[in-house]
Design a protein around this ligand. Structure first.
Ligand SMILES: [Zn+2]
Ligand SMILES: [Zn+2]
Length: 185
């Protein structure tokens, strides 16, 4: 549990990517102003985006009512804060919605984000999300471009197996950008 709370600053900066090039696909998840340290969990059999192995993953779910930190099996009702707006843990406004999940592979120990699909209040499935870059890189190198914000040349580039974008991190102003890897499949 302590290990997970250590990931939170990284998770925050990962969300910063969504304001950049990669689109925010989640309707709910990680509401600002609420505690970042709580989440629910579920177990799902999915194929790792990093090593492509199918495993049973424990997925952390950062939306809805996370105060009790419960395990929510697939196919059961998901907890929401009744009477609150969706961004503060309340129930979704539509019959079908998607919340944010995050997981680490039990085989390769690398991470990726997931979409948790809620249908009529029930957690129906977990789908790996390739649109958000993970937090744990496979490799790192000095950045190949200056910071797009402050023009500082002191940048770091992170690469993730299975993703067609790299992450450019400015060491001066802290901006994080997702950059398409050219000529790479
Ligand atoms: Zn893996
Ligand atoms: Zn910068």
């Amino acid at each position: 549990m302590v290990f997970h709370s250590l990931k939170m600053p990284g998770l925050k900066s990962a969300l910063g990517i969504n304001q950049g090039i990669v689109q925010l696909t989640h309707q709910y998840g990680m509401p600002s102003g609420t505690s970042m340290g709580t989440y629910n969990t579920t177990a799902a059999s999915i194929t790792c985006l990093r090593c492509r192995r199918e495993e049973t993953f424990v997925v952390d779910l950062y939306f809805g009512n996370t105060a009790m930190m419960v395990t929510v099996p697939l196919g059961t009702l998901y907890p929401f804060c009744i009477g609150k707006p969706p961004e503060n843990g309340g129930p979704p406004a539509s019959d079908r919605s998607v919340g944010m999940g995050y997981t680490e592979c039990p085989h390769c120990s690398k991470d990726f984000f997931c979409s948790a699909v809620i249908h009529h209040g029930i957690l129906v499935s977990i789908e790996p999300d390739r649109t958000q870059l993970p937090l744990i890189p496979d490799s790192e190198s000095p950045g190949r471009t200056n910071c797009p914000e402050c023009r500082s040349p002191v940048t770091q580039q992170q690469y993730f197996h299975g993703f067609d974008h790299s992450k450019l991190i400015c060491q001066a102003c802290g901006v994080v950008r997702s950059i398409r890897i050219e000529g790479n499949t």
